[in-house]
Design a protein around this ligand. Structure first.
Ligand code: SF4
Ligand code: SF4
Length: 471
């Protein structure tokens, strides 16, 4: 039985409700009046239910699909403007006791195993700082012997402690396996940003097939992880589905039901939603799963998520190439990774790369500076902002500002100030020149004179060597 406030995974992600949603969506997908009613509601930018959004996803009238794309772009602009936040993943260890069929780190794989020492993590952090990164997403396999929670906590301390030249990592998001309330509390106390856990698939039968062994086999424990994270004090959580594993429409409805559940139970929906697609990796062939997701369908899924959950940060990684990422930026994506290495110890040149430990093949292999230049050229403001959680704007405090469309008053100035830092410390000459021009143009678009003058003053301070200004 479907119950959005239930604590049980099979009730708040009820398969009956998903199947009935998909049947309804198929039934009305060509009913112009129904679609137009949903689009009218979507224009209010207050979100859509999983049923309404599923109808939009099923709709194949090209004019209305184009309207969905326009709306997704508008909504992203209203909430987050033209800034794009950058981050990089940092793989700590590929030891893993789970059996995920789509991941080369699974316990039966013959991939070489590697776990970074604290000294190696320091070296990786320096290498990432030297590129210009300020925000990381820590990734780690599940292995209570090799990667216990103490190892993660030590690693977080190490990362936050490294101050190299003008560099610092100011926000570390954590993507580790589902764990206990007690461990979530430890992560919260260690000062993590967002806790990210991909559901992979919301289809319980498919989930159990894809996760044949290890703790991750337990669908309920995995699906209820965000509730435990919230109970442990982490109020910024990031959802995601690995599109291409199972039926995309089922995943889409499940993902939105998960967001609705978090809102109903905790008053805080997902801080971020990631949209990865299955990619080739050692021993992993995407064609062996439910079927590919075309670029066009992938774009439609992203646009419908943006419309359904206007407040959420949407993330796309370097799993996707430049062309797809460019398209997704226009459809609501607000965060991207740049210059990612998906191997353990991939950033520091001194570390051995003899053994391939990549979790997946990166499609966008550009340097961070090339990504920054590209964003500037395509009309976006690259941002290294990490201000919110450092200013206590997390959970419901963040959501209140975001839903009132006021977070943009922080995002845009912070983007300009952190971009200025990047230009001063890391940019190639051409990027610096383009970036300085962008900043001059963008300052004029800050609506309040008082904020404009604060930003101007801080830009001068940054030019003179000071760092880390934020609103
Ligand atoms: S997806 Fe995560 S849990 Fe599964 S095998 Fe890979 S690292 Fe382990
Ligand atoms: S102000 Fe907050 S929401 Fe905006 S970019 Fe910075 S951290 Fe993100």
């Amino acid at each position: 039985m479907y119950d959005v406030t239930s604590k049980k995974a099979e009730e708040f992600i009820s398969s009956e409700e998903i199947r009935s949603t998909l049947e309804y969506a198929e039934r009305v997908k060509n009913d112009g009046a129904v679609i137009d009613g949903i689009l009218a509601k979507a224009r209010e930018a207050k979100g859509l239910s999983h049923r309404e959004a599923s109808v939009l996803l099923a709709c194949d009238d090209q004019d209305r699909v184009n309207e969905i794309y326009r709306l997704a772009f508008d909504i992203k602009q209203q909430f987050y403007g033209n800034r794009i936040v950058l981050f990089a993943p940092l793989y700590l260890s590929n030891y893993c006791i789970n059996g995920c069929l789509y991941c080369p780190y699974h316990s039966g794989s013959d991939m070489a195993r590697k776990k970074l020492s604290q000294e190696e993590i320091r070296a990786e952090t320096i290498a990432l700082q030297d590129m210009g990164h300020k925000r990381l997403a820590v990734e780690c396999g599940e292995d209570p012997v090799h990667n216990p929670i103490e190892y993660i906590l030590d690693s977080l301390d190490t990362i936050y402690a490294v101050k190299h030249k003008n560099g610092s990592i100011r926000r570390v998001n954590v993507n580790i396996a589902a764990t206990t309330v007690e461990n979530y509390r430890k992560l919260h106390d260690a000062g993590i940003g967002t806790y990210i856990l991909f559901q992979e698939t919301y289809d319980k039968t498919g989930y159990e097939y894809l996760h044949p062994k290890g703790p991750k086999h337990n669908f309920a424990y995995h699906t209820e992880a965000m509730d435990r994270a919230m109970l442990g004090g982490i109020d910024d959580v990031g959802l995601g589905v690995l599109f291409g594993l199972e039926n995309y429409a089922y995943e889409f409805a499940g993902l939105l039901m998960h967001a609705e559940h978090l809102e109903a139970c905790f008053g805080v929906g997902p801080h971020t939603i990631s949209v990865p697609r299955v990619k080739p990796a050692q021993g992993v062939d995407p064609a062996s799963f439910h079927g590919g997701i075309s670029d066009e369908l992938f774009a439609k899924i992203a646009a419908c998520i943006r419309i359904a959950v206007p407040y959420t940060g949407m993330i796309i990684s370097t799993r996707e190439g430049k062309q797809v990422r460019e398209k997704m930026l226009r459809l609501g994506v607000s965060q991207i990774s740049g210059a990612s290495r998906t191997s353990v110890g991939g950033y520091d040149e001194k570390q051995s790369e003899d053994e391939d430990t990549r979790q997946f093949v990166v499609s966008d292999t550009r340097s961070l500076d090339e990504v920054i230049q590209w964003l500037i050229d395509t009309g976006y403001v690259p941002s290294f902002c990490t201000a919110c959680y450092r200013e206590g704007r997390t959970g419901d405090r963040f959501m209140e500002l975001c839903k009132k469309k006021q977070i943009l008053n922080c995002c845009h100035p912070n983007a300009l100030m952190t971009l200025k830092e990047y230009l001063m410390d890391y940019a190639a000459p051409a990027t610096r020149e383009a970036g300085e021009k962008l900043i001059e143009r963008e300052i004029e678009t800050i609506p309040r004179e008082k904020i404009r003058s604060i930003v101007r003053k801080n830009l001068v301070n940054i030019q003179e060597g000071q760092r880390d200004f934020r609103l």
